[in-house]
Ligand binder design. Structure first.
Ligand code: PGA
Length: 252
């Protein structure tokens, strides 16, 4: 179902006590100031999921992991399964973030398996796609994102796809302070919806939640979220300060 979502991706930041301060800080700020129709998702490091989910349950937000294993269980040292993430109280998982693609060699074939695994355990995957700067400069961005979507998601049934959230994150905008313009975000989101329509049908595409990510912050969120095909944001740096994150949530 199409929803407004603001999700915070903490990446590899915060010690346990800092994470607690941030989660409680966000809960406090949300208590006084929050639009009712926006789902808030916090994606801390997996180690803090249980703590985050306890606070989330009491304060009407959700939590998610940043990654999962493509395997069910067994001898995969260092990995964390979808079942473990779900049992820690998470309901979302980020899949295919560009940092996992570039630093850990994740391909769309692998990400497709992670998406399936997430869905099997009732987790909502936030599937990330987006082009690098060189691809945009060569005007290949639509082709690249189209191919990512096809490779990672076209093996899903329409019912499975109805539980997937897509995040468009142009790699050149992540952590750089250089946000996509509202026009650039809108045209890519519309294209992603059109692609989803070709694979799963128009109705399914109209119901898909598509988030923007990449240097989205308290000053530019309003302009980005005002676009008809932008259903919210996946926020990195600006989700590490309770005040900034809640301002973004209130930008709808
Ligand atoms: P950023 O990161 O907001 O710091 O650019 C977004 C993301 O990587 O999800």
């Amino acid at each position: 179902m199409r929803k407004k979502i603001v999700a915070g991706n903490w990446k590899m930041n915060k010690t346990f006590s800092e994470a607690e301060d941030l989660v409680f800080g966000i809960a406090d700020e949300l208590a006084s100031d929050r639009p009712e129709d926006v789902e808030v998702v916090i994606c801390p490091p997996a180690l803090y999921l249980e703590m985050t989910s306890d606070v989330a349950t009491e304060n009407n937000f959700s939590c998610g992991a940043q990654n999962i294993s493509e395997h069910e269980a067994g001898a995969y040292t260092g990995e964390i399964s979808a079942a473990m993430i779900a049992s820690a109280g998470a309901s979302y998982v980020i899949a295919g973030h560009s940092e996992r693609r570039s630093f850990y060699g994740e391909t769309d074939a692998l990400i497709a398996r992670k998406v399936k695994q997430a869905l099997k355990h009732g987790l909502i995957p936030i599937y990330c796609c987006g082009e690098v700067l060189e691809q945009r400069e060569r005007n290949l961005h639509f082709e690249v994102v189209g191919q990512q979507i096809t490779e990672a998601l076209s093996g899903l049934t329409a019912e499975e796809f109805s539980n997937v959230v897509i995040a468009y994150e142009p790699v050149w905008a992540i952590g750089t302070g250089q946000t996509a313009s509202p026009q650039q975000a809108q045209e890519m989101h519309a294209y992603i919806r059109e692609m989803a329509g070709k694979i799963f049908g128009k109705e399914a595409a109209a119901e898909t939640t598509i988030l923007y990510g990449g240097s989205c912050n308290a000053s530019n969120a309003r302009e980005l979220f005002a676009n008809p095909d932008v259903d919210g944001g996946l926020i990195g740096g600006a989700s590490l300060k309770a005040g900034d994150f809640v301002k973004i949530i209130n930008s709808f």
